[in-house]
Design a protein around this ligand. Structure first.
Ligand code: UT7
Length: 327
């Protein structure tokens, strides 16, 4: 039994904001943002849109494309670092209700920007074990709600959006989610976090520094980590599947910074053209970035049945990982 991606869907909020608009808010320029990150635009959720609202749009599209009825879904997994509520209830439960997934279990998965990669591997194992037949895996983020709009080091980097995949059981012995690598280096947890509001540093009215409620990042250290793990994880997943990079049609990396991808490509001697990139349009959408990229690739007809692709990601946790998928 194989777990196959039956369809992909994505949603980006219509409000599209250029770097020049950020230059009006913080001390930055379009030139700095483009040259340091590759980002030109990001999409920003409307005031009344939460992560689940975007997850639902992406999920609906994916289910429609797969021809799957809401009652067919056994489990919905939502990966998000910017969920509807701090802690609970799970965003997946809101999605389960509003999409009418009447027999589905619902859970959130927190693995930072690696969340969709973790979600696909989790879904694969439910399916291969026979515990589920159809799973909706979603990455959905409203990062612009949890970033500090006065901090130029972070606020120019993030965007909102969602992407979804219907993962189903198949008798095919060639297609599917073939293998994954899921890893963490929790020693780097404080390099990328929201320090306050949890049990470590509870919110205390009048005492908590509001900036502690937003994303904090040691960008330089995360950058070095990202390049290192992209290189080693691609190498490891190729080796453990007896493949070479020539067997791979595309690498679909987490879209955090074009320079991270360029540095990883150079260090691993993989042609940059193999890496699919759309960060220029969406900025860093964390757990949503890989399914948004996959959706764009499907819509551009870049993926044919039988193509081998590798997703690779890294993020808060710190986490990292990859999926090897035969499309
Ligand atoms: O999804 C996973 C999480 N995120 C990431 O993977 C991000 C990883 N890190 C990065 O992508 C990069 O480290 C950044 C884009 C965050 C920063 O790029 P950098 O080339 O490493 O810049 P830097 O941190 O070395 O900063 C260089 C200068 C600093 O000024 P000084 O101290 O040298 O005077 C910053 O204050 O650039 C300044 N700077 C800015 N200037 C204009 C930082 N942000 C901005 C900005 N506009 N938006």
């Amino acid at each position: 039994m194989r777990a196959v991606i039956e369809s992909i869907g994505a949603y980006a909020p219509p409000r599209r904001v250029s770097n020049d608009e950020f230059a009006k808010i913080v001390d930055t320029t379009d030139e700095w943002i483009v040259s340091h990150t590759g980002i030109r635009f990001r999409h920003i959720a409307a005031d009344d849109q939460a992560a689940s609202d975007m997850a639902i749009e992406a999920g609906k599209l994916a289910m429609g494309r797969a021809g799957v009825e809401p009652g067919d879904i056994d489990l919905v997994i939502v990966s998000s670092a910017s969920s509807d509520y701090p802690g609970f209830p799970a965003t997946a439960c809101i999605v389960q209700d509003k999409l009418g997934l009447r027999k589905a279990g619902a859970m959130d998965l927190l693995a930072g920007c690696t969340g969709f990669i973790y979600g696909l591997e989790t879904a694969k194992n439910y399916i291969v074990s026979g515990s589920a037949k159809k799973i909706l895996v979603i990455g959905a983020e409203t990062l612009t709600r949890i970033m500090d709009w006065t901090d130029r080091n972070t606020c120019v980097l993030f965007g909102d959006g969602a992407g979804a995949a219907v993962v189903g059981a198949s008798e095919s012995d060639s297609r599917g989610i073939i293998d994954s690598i899921l890893r963490a280096e929790g020693s780097g947890a404080e390099l990328l976090d929201r320090p306050a509001g949890g049990s470590r540093m509870p919110f205390k009215a009048g005492e908590t520094d509001p900036s502690e409620l937003y994303i904090k990042m040691d960008g330089g250290k995360v950058y070095i980590f990202a390049v290192r793990v992209i290189v080693t994880t691609i190498k490891a997943i190729l080796e453990q599947n007896n493949l070479t990079i020539d067997d791979i049609k595309y690498i679909v990396p987490h879209q955090a910074n074009i320079r991270i991808i360029e540095a990883a490509a150079k260090r691993s001697k993989i042609p940059l053209e193999k890496f699919y990139m759309n960060i220029q349009e969406f900025a860093n959408t964390s757990a949503a970035s890989i399914p948004i990229a996959l959706n764009e690739m499907v819509e551009k007809n870049l993926l044919k049945k039988g193509d081998k692709i590798i997703t690779v990601g890294f993020g808060a946790g710190l986490t990292y990982g990859a999926n090897l998928i035969v499309w």
